[in-house]
Design a protein around this ligand. Structure first.
Ligand SMILES: *[C@@H]1O[C@H](CO)[C@@H](O)[C@H](O)[C@H]1NC(C)=O
Ligand SMILES: *[C@@H]1O[C@H](CO)[C@@H](O)[C@H](O)[C@H]1NC(C)=O
Ligand SMILES: *[C@@H]1O[C@H](CO)[C@@H](O)[C@H](O)[C@H]1NC(C)=O
Ligand SMILES: *[C@@H]1O[C@H](CO)[C@@H](O)[C@H](O)[C@H]1NC(C)=O
Ligand SMILES: *[C@@H]1O[C@H](CO)[C@@H](O)[C@H](O)[C@H]1NC(C)=O
Ligand SMILES: *[C@@H]1O[C@H](CO)[C@@H](O)[C@H](O)[C@H]1NC(C)=O
Ligand SMILES: *[C@@H]1O[C@H](CO)[C@@H](O)[C@H](O)[C@H]1NC(C)=O
Ligand SMILES: *[C@@H]1O[C@H](CO)[C@@H](O)[C@H](O)[C@H]1NC(C)=O
Ligand SMILES: *[C@@H]1O[C@H](CO)[C@@H](O)[C@H](O)[C@H]1NC(C)=O
Ligand SMILES: *[C@@H]1O[C@H](CO)[C@@H](O)[C@H](O)[C@H]1NC(C)=O
Ligand SMILES: *[C@@H]1O[C@H](CO)[C@@H](O)[C@H](O)[C@H]1NC(C)=O
Length: 869
């Protein structure tokens, strides 16, 4: 007793720490728990008998009793640059032996395994916790009865699926439960089970693939619930009645992105104390109710991206505690005036933008009661509201679909902000003398004139694409007195303007650049050798200009390059044989490149796009192409061409690269889906010889175009191996022989052109090949059979006529069928695409993307990920 007291007194000096001895039972329990874990990077290597278990990493003990009370092992991950998936290979995986912990660690209060990569949760029901016998039980009533666990966080273990939550009620002491991003789609009874936790005050089931909101229930027995996050699920229903009939008051409610419908019910007022109401990205309709003005404690009201109509009630101006008001992207109408904001003195973030355009009618002398940090507006008036200039703390400004003149005062005003998104407005102004100073600035698709502006060293992302800027690039790249060698520019997009002159030799000032978009201007001269200084450059787009000369060898120093696009220029010389092996997309189309295809091209083992069409390249097609592994096996998940990188603590820029490609006989723009495309286009060159047999082993290839060359020889039967082929064009060559029967087994093939060759014989029958029209086969004088009108007389005449006679209608039907298949494919493909997005932490980015689609605008997506949810 005395020694305990003494310890209590001198504990803080650390003298008594020798008295904290790990309890043996606790230690064995932890070691048992460790058995289920796979720990690739040795995170819990300290968990061994050599060390007192109270000193193990992530283990917390009570100072007095020295019993284990907490385990907290979060994995720290950062989004790696230019790839959109977090690397979790160093995180804990394996299974979580939860019942073992609960039974054996009698004093465990806190368990946090957030953001690891666990794959299974083990909960064995046990007879009696005193026997420590972990055998599976029939009636688990008394087992974890004594659990003391209050805090359980298993969130962000994305690959974890829990098939049932039957075990939850046995942790009756639970107050905080976070299962975010765990797949709970198999547990349909989730609501009933969580309501059996009498002390539960905070529940997070964000993105758990829940579908059922128990609409029939009038009442839910939550007695202590205060915080409820059910966002990013797939409810597809109205708000359930039970939500408004609880024995507790919710103050933080997040139901965003869950396909909810209907009007907002007035019963929401039962949760009088609401501070956070987050309902964005659903399909709620009707008016924004004026009774929302009665929530006097409301701090964050987020109703954006819904179908609310009517005008914005002035009652919202009563919400004097409000910090965030987001009603953007709803079809709201009417007038917005100072009366809407009368008492909002605490407001920091305001999002009011409607795609059916709001009329701003503010007193020109009005001084708002707030100082905003973030503002998103869109208005149909011809001028910026005067009060904007009273806002001295705005960090982030977005203006949508508005038209206004931007005087120098405006540019000085925005230069203080970190993020300025003004794309897709009709901003009229001459920015020759402007200095851009924001970290992120998007001025694309406006009516800006004059020469390029200057950039301060703060700028990380600048998009000036699709304006009427003229002059050369030197004001931005060379004449910059601000820079003295230091800057942080990663993304530069000045494409689609009227810029002229050369590319300058000033690139060594901009070594941090990752993506350069200079396409669709009038730029001329050579590609400067100073671009070789850009060692982090992943994406270079110089297409549709008048560049000439050869590609400078210095570009081999751009070792990070993934996308190299110079299509439609006047470039000449050989295809470089030194291009970085990492390159994934090489587009040299429509230039004057000559010489042979260098075999070194086969060393680009990640290549998915090889487009050298419309040049004067001669010689044979190299037979080493199967060395390009990505063309051999189509592993779409590895071909990511989207980039994300942190810009601040919880914000990410999310960008996907894009290319225009010719496939299926037409030009298509690929961006978010670029990595799904694997393409070789060598059309319209002077290639000769045969198509090397190895080419037919490229099973990953989706589009192959060798048309308009001098290729001879046969189409080999091995073409049937190219199962992913969707588009095949061999037209305008001298290919001979018969069409191999195996061609008809390519079930994805949606476009075929083998016209104008020397093919002969009968077009193989079978649904596939007759689905194409005669245009696919014409110009082969010895080819016969449907869909050509020429009959094959050497064949069994009787059979053939019978076919034609019977199928007269069917041939009309097939083209439609193929259009159907094509659409089907597109939809299926979108499905894949969405699944990819939905399985990553960037779900929010996807949602923003949808939002953008709705706004019919392409936006730079900056993802704010709330770390606490
Ligand atoms: C136990 O130790 C922690 C950390 O040293 C300290 O913050 C806490 O106050 C201590 N508790 C008691 C009851 O001494
Ligand atoms: C644990 O339970 C199993 C099956 O019920 C039994 O065979 C075993 O003997 C028990 N072990 C102990 C230590 O009680
Ligand atoms: C269940 O918990 C109660 C109260 O904490 C306790 O009195 C009882 O002994 C426990 N039962 C078992 C089987 O552990
Ligand atoms: C609600 O839960 C409390 C505490 O668990 C319990 O006492 C009460 O009987 C329950 N009420 C209903 C209607 O289920
Ligand atoms: C709320 O729940 C109680 C208790 O189950 C029930 O009697 C009542 O009808 C419910 N109220 C509504 C509006 O559904
Ligand atoms: C939005 O609501 C209107 C009625 O106000 C309705 O006609 C329209 O179909 C709804 N839009 C969507 C996308 O649900
Ligand atoms: C709320 O605002 C409306 C309109 O602005 C006003 O008529 C009403 O009196 C206000 N209510 C309170 C409680 O302040
Ligand atoms: C440029 O930005 C920096 C930091 O972002 C800021 O401190 C500075 O005041 C800005 N300069 C101008 C002229 O607005
Ligand atoms: C710049 O803006 C244009 C038009 O808004 C868009 O198409 C392009 O992708 C943007 N560039 C980058 C690098 O985001
Ligand atoms: C833009 O302003 C500059 C300098 O003020 C001027 O020289 C130039 O002619 C202007 N350009 C246009 C298109 O108005
Ligand atoms: C290139 O990228 C790396 C990793 O992101 C970074 O550490 C380095 O500073 C960058 N180089 C330049 C010149 O910005």
């Amino acid at each position: 007793m005395f020694s305990w007291l003494l310890c209590g007194i001198i504990f803080n000096t650390g003298l008594c720490s020798f008295n904290i001895h790990c309890n043996q039972q606790d230690m064995h329990a932890l070691l048992n728990f460790k058995q289920g874990i796979i720990d690739p990077s040795g995170v819990i290597s300290s968990w061994s008998t050599k060390l007192d278990c109270c000193q193990w990493k992530g283990v917390m003990c009570n100072n007095i009793t020295s019993r284990v009370t907490g385990i907290s092992i979060r994995c720290s991950t950062t989004l790696p640059s230019y790839r959109d998936e977090e690397d979790k290979s160093h995180c804990l995986t394996g299974s979580i032996r939860l019942s073992l912990l609960l039974v054996e660690l009698e004093f465990l209060d806190y368990l946090d395994l957030r953001n690891n990569d666990f794959l299974a949760l083990q909960f064995d029901y046990v007879h009696n916790h005193n026997s420590h016998n972990l055998s599976i039980l029939t009636s688990p009533r008394q087992c974890v009865n004594s659990s003391t666990l209050g805090h359980l966080d298993l969130s962000l273990n994305w690959n974890l699926a829990i098939s049932n939550l039957q075990w939850l009620p046995y942790i009756s002491s639970l107050e905080y439960l976070n299962l975010r991003d765990i797949d709970l789609s198999k547990e349909t009874n989730w609501l009933q089970l969580v309501t059996m936790l009498p002390s539960l005050s905070s529940l997070n089931m964000r993105a758990c693939q829940l579908k059922d909101l128990s609409l029939s229930l009038n009442y839910a027995n939550f007695t202590a619930l205060e915080v409820l996050y059910l966002s990013a699920n797939e409810f597809d229903s109205e708000l359930p009645k039970w939500l408004f009939n609880l024995s507790s008051n919710i103050y933080d409610l997040d139901l965003s992105s869950s396909s909810l419908i209907g009007h907002l019910p007035k019963a929401l007022l039962n949760h009088r104390d609401l501070e956070d109401l987050v309902l964005e990205d659903n399909n709620f309709d009707g008016p924004i109710p004026d009774w929302l003005g009665e929530f006097e404690h409301l701090k964050h009201l987020i109703l954006g991206v819904n179908n609310f109509s009517g005008s914005i009630p002035t009652n919202l101006g009563n919400l004097s505690s409000l910090i965030t008001l987001d009603i953007a992207s709803n079809p709201l109408t009417g007038v917005v005036s100072e009366r809407n904001f009368a008492k909002l003195s605490k407001l920091k973030e305001l999002d009011i933008y409607s795609y059916s355009s709001l009329i701003f009618d503010f007193d020109s002398h009005w001084i708002p009661p707030f100082q905003l940090e973030e503002l998103v507006i869109g208005f149909s008036n011809p001028n910026l509201p005067a009060w904007l200039y009273t806002q001295r703390s705005i960090e982030r400004l977005t203006i949508w679909e508005s038209s206004f003149e931007a005087p120098n005062k405006f540019w000085n005003f925005v230069s203080r902000m970190t993020k300025v998104q003004l794309q897709g407005n009709l901003i009229d102004g001459n920015i020759s003398n402007v200095l851009l100073n924001s970290t992120i600035i998007d001025l694309s698709s406006n009516g800006l004139k004059g020469s390029l502006p200057q950039l301060s060293p703060n700028v990380v992302f600048v998009n000036l694409s699709n304006n009427s800027l003229s002059g050369d690039v030197s004001p931005l790249l060379c004449d910059n007195k601000m820079l003295n060698g230091k800057n942080s520019l990663l993304f530069l997009d000045i494409s689609l303007n009227n810029l002229s002159g050369g590319l300058t030799n000033c690139w060594k000032n901009w070594k941090s650049l990752v993506a350069i978009h200079l396409g669709s201007n009038n730029l001329s001269g050579k590609i400067p050798s100073s671009m070789g200084f850009l060692s982090n450059l992943t994406s270079l787009h110089l297409h549709e200009n008048k560049l000439n000369g050869e590609i400078p060898p210095s570009l081999q120093n751009c070792r990070s390059l993934l996308v190299f696009n110079v299509r439609n220029n006047h470039l000449s010389g050989n295809i470089p044989d030194w291009i970085s092996h990492r390159v994934m997309a090489l587009q040299l189309r429509s230039n004057h490149f000559s010489g042979k295809i260098p075999p070194q091209i086969c060393q680009m083992s990640s290549l998915i796009i090889l487009d050298i069409a419309h040049n004067t390249i001669s010689g044979h097609i190299p037979n080493c192409l199967p060395n390009i592994k990505t063309l051999l096996f189509n592993n779409v998940s590895k071909n990511k061409l989207s980039f994300s990188f942190p810009t601040s603590r919880n914000a990410y820029i999310y960008e996907s690269d894009n290319l225009e490609l010719v496939t299926k006989g037409r030009v298509s723009k690929y961006d978010r889906n670029l990595h799904f495309m694997t393409l070789i286009d060598m059309s319209s060159n002077n290639l000769s010889g045969t198509i090397p047999p190895q080419m037919f082993s490229l099973m990953g290839l989706s589009s192959l175009n060798l048309s308009n060359n001098n290729l001879s020889g046969k189409i080999l039967n091995e073409i049937g191996n190219m199962k992913n082929l969707e588009s095949l064009d061999f037209s305008k060559n001298q290919l001979g022989g018969e069409i191999p029967q195996s061609l008809s087994s390519l079930s994805f093939l949606a476009y075929l052109n083998i016209s104008f060759n020397n093919l002969r014989g009968k077009i193989p029958s079978g649904t596939q090949l007759q689905g194409f029209t005669a245009f696919s086969y014409m110009g082969n004088s010895d080819l016969c059979g449907p869909p050509l009108t020429k009959m094959c007389f050497q064949d069994d005449k009787h059979k053939d006529t019978k076919l034609v006679g019977e199928d007269g209608n069917q041939y009309e039907f097939w083209p439609w069928f193929y259009i159907g298949i094509e659409y089907g494919f597109v939809t299926g493909f979108l499905g894949v695409c969405c699944a990819v997005f939905f399985n990553t932490k960037l779900r929010h980015a996807y949602f923003k993307f949808l939002n953008d689609l709705r706004d019919r605008l392409r936006v730079l997506v900056v993802v704010n990920m709330n770390p606490f949810r």
